[in-house]
Design a protein around this ligand. Structure first.
Ligand code: KE4
Length: 444
């Protein structure tokens, strides 16, 4: 008996109905609700390596990887062992441990622009704290963010944001005071002229510019040549703090983050995801002169009961050491994952030609993304262009066709994809076979 699509997700449907009774929208983070692709969100039961299994027993090759953290894939032995051993010694002390220093030292070694690190519990906390620090350091109030970029859900950043805000098509969020939003200036990504004009008018009152070095919360948009360096020059000339939000790109675009790919030296960097090995973590980090203003070294207050907790530190250390340490000169797991991402992206580019379905495919390190374009040859370099030029309906048909062929992608055209060191050549080949069939099915 062949299962119909509705049977395929019967248990997910049951669980979703139960969840909606007790959790707003049935999920604990909006993008998980599948509003971008319709249908019932898939509930997962387990993961191992590159694969996940949903509650109906369907297996998938996973390219969401918890939205980036799982650089080594699900339940990597080194990470599980680190968490298990630490848990047996205690999960949290509310006091310093050597693990926090060890992970901070490793982050500093990997990312040259960073001189000091403060650990927090999420990317949102990291960006929120970095902006408070920039305001404390400069004594200024205005901040600049880019339309379609997402930096977590702090009030001042829920202004023309990406990710779930873009997926749900929310103009912004109610509950954010107009006075707060007024201090957040927004401009299209890759529009250096517009940023230059902002600085001409507001330059000496701008505390910080916060930017995703790869705009991966509006899909996958690379910085145009000179864009990031232009931001560096403008902010340096006006005494403004440049914050690179590498919560997603950190240790995914390159071992030194996306900033190392484009050779940018930011004042502050926000991190998350990978550095917690799949456990709750975030960090803001950067130049010592600025970080020294953070309490108790300085007056800017920020705190957290579970900040730097031993489990996340142990998991992060295991993940980063495993990912970047080469054994006997063999490629590192990071390099393996980046190679697989390149093969996948090149395969998608070839399939776009072969099937005549226009795609804009991007990949850097272990991250990738693709847009279904309405017109061949169109370019997506900003959120405005993403909204105008992308065929979200065709993406939706592709998404579900891939699910049915055992490949799980981010359930939104405004998200990126991730590859782990557990994805092997067979996974990539199976994915591309499924993609060929799904592109043809999605042509409509
Ligand atoms: P968290 O608070 O979700 O840990 O991090 C917020 C954040 C900050 N900066 C960047 C560049 C981010 O990508 C994120 C979070 N990313 C989304 C996925 N696009 C998390 C998924 C979700 O919201 O459920």
């Amino acid at each position: 008996m062949t299962l119909t699509t509705t049977d395929r997700y019967a248990r997910s449907k049951e669980l979703f109905a139960a969840a909606q009774a007790v959790i707003p929208g049935g999920v604990n983070s909006p993008v998980r609700a599948f509003r971008g692709v319709g249908g019932t969100p898939i509930f997962f039961a387990s993961g191992s390596g590159a694969h996940v299994e949903d509650v109906d027993g369907n297996r998938y090759i996973d390219y969401v990887l918890s939205w980036g953290p799982l650089l080594l894939g699900h339940a990597h032995p080194a990470v599980i062992q680190a968490i298990t051993e630490q848990a047996a010694r205690g999960t949290s002390f509310g006091a310093p441990t050597a693990l926090e220093t060890e992970l901070a030292e490793l982050v500093i070694k990997l990312v040259p622009s960073i001189e000091q690190v403060r650990f927090v519990n999420s990317g949102t906390e990291a960006t929120m704290s970095a902006l408070r620090l920039a305001r404390a350091h400069t004594g200024r109030e205005k901040i600049v963010k880019f339309i379609g970029c997402y930096h977590g859900h702090a009030d001042m950043l829920l202004v023309q944001a990406g990710s779930g805000v873009a997926t749900l098509g929310l103009p912004d969020s109610p509950g954010v005071p107009a006075s707060t939003a007024a201090a957040t200036l927004t401009v299209e990504y890759n529009d250096l002229e517009a940023v230059t004009e902002l600085f001409r008018v507001h330059g000496d009152s701008i505390a910080a510019v916060i930017v995703e070095p790869i705009a991966a919360n509006m899909g996958f948009v690379l910085p145009e040549p000179g864009f990031l360096q232009g931001l560096r020059d403008l902010t340096r000339n006006h005494g403004t703090v440049l914050i690179m939000d590498e919560v997603m790109t950190g240790f995914r675009a390159a071992p030194g983050g996306a900033q190392s790919v484009w050779g940018i030296d930011p004042d502050l960097t926000c991190l998350g995801k990978v550095i917690g090995g799949g456990l709750p973590v975030g960090a803001y980090a950067g130049k010592k002169e600025i970080m020294q203003k953070v309490a108790p070294a300085g007056p800017m207050y920020q705190a957290g009961t579970l900040s730097g907790n031993p489990l996340a530190m142990a998991a992060g250390l295991a993940m980063l050491h495993t990912a970047f340490d080469s054994i006997d000169g063999a490629p590192t797991p990071f390099q393996r994952a980046a190679g697989r991402a390149q093969t996948l992206a090149d395969g998608m580019r070839s399939l776009s030609e072969e099937t005549g379905v226009p795609l804009q495919v991007g990949n850097v390190g272990t991250m990738f993304g693709f847009y279904f374009l309405k017109d061949a040859g169109a370019k997506v370099r900003s959120y405005a262009e993403a909204k105008q030029r992308v065929d979200a309906d065709r993406f939706t048909r592709f998404f579900w066709a891939m699910c049915e062929r055992g490949v799980y992608l981010a359930p939104s055209q405004f998200e990126a994809g991730f590859v782990s060191s557990a994805h092997d050549t067979v996974d990539i080949a199976v994915t591309l076979t499924a993609a060929r069939e799904s592109l043809l099915a999605a042509r409509g």
